[in-house]
Design a protein around this ligand. Sequence first.
Ligand code: HXC
Length: 289
Amino acid sequence: MSSLDSSFVKNSSWKPDLFKGKVVFVTGGAGTICRVQTEALVLLGANAAIIGRNQEKTAKAAQEMSQLRSDAKVIGLGNVDVRDVQSLVKAVDETVKQLGRIDFVIAGAAGNFLSDFNHLSSNAFKSVISIDLLGSFNTVKATFEQLRKNKGAIIFVSATLHYYGVPMQSHVGAAKAGVDALSNALAVELGPLGIRSNCIAPGAIAGTEGMDRLAPPEQRKSIISKTPLQRYGSTRDIAEATVYLFSPASSFVTGTVQIVDGGLWHLGGMMGDFYPNVIISAGEDDPKL
Ligand code: HXC
């Protein structure tokens, strides 16, 4: 089931045909956040290619999303690992073959788990850096020719974890800091070519794989109380920011990070109430290399 439907267009601040004729290429497009980002673009007229590692999940999500608009084309390209630039190049070729062009890129594929430093192996750190950071680089590398030709725009899905030290997240914080740096450099380098590059940094977004995997149930209530806007974010909140950053309304906006977190990071809300006890006990085990 798609989580946005045609009521999004009726109740929206955006024009229904805002993205007519545009094509978006989305890594991680079958996952919760990137799926809803894509749904909003499709509902507003775009066609889409969603890319993922899992063939079945990607194909099913694409099939469901193609129902969102009567003339929507959404293709699902599975068995693509963003760590392998060649597999992305093939996905880009297939997208251009089937949908004609690529205007927008969402680098959203990410990997994460909670691990204290003592239990985080070198290989585990490398896995997350490779998916989140190298994968983001590879995504732009593979789509660059299309972005240049169509004066396109990029959105990297980042995080707020590196604005302060978040325990159990050294791997993702380091990766997302790199993603922000990559986006800034690309904004500067590719701006003269007409390409814009921005990040969206989601906070605690309800119903996402990230929240299910990362926030222990006992921490969930305290996240709301530590959020200035006093609620969880929704995937729609991220979708609205995505529409803005790809729309002509943001045609002079590049090299920015749009934080969509209800103000959570200002209060250090990602720290977790488990700090420091869990870290102290985990630090007593034998180190994992
Ligand atoms: C410690 C772990 C671990 C864990 C895996 N590893 N899980 N270490 N604690 N819970 C270690 C493994 O032991 C191994 O190291 C290394 O990581 C690689 O594991 P593999 O399974 O071989 O790697 P791979 O198949 O590439 O898997 C990548 C992954 C995995 C990142 C490790 O979690 C994954 O595929 N996740 C994709 C889905 C996902 O994470 N979605 C959530 C995104 S949410 P050793 O040393 O044993 O070889 C998100 C939000 C971020 O990103 C922002 C939050 C606010």
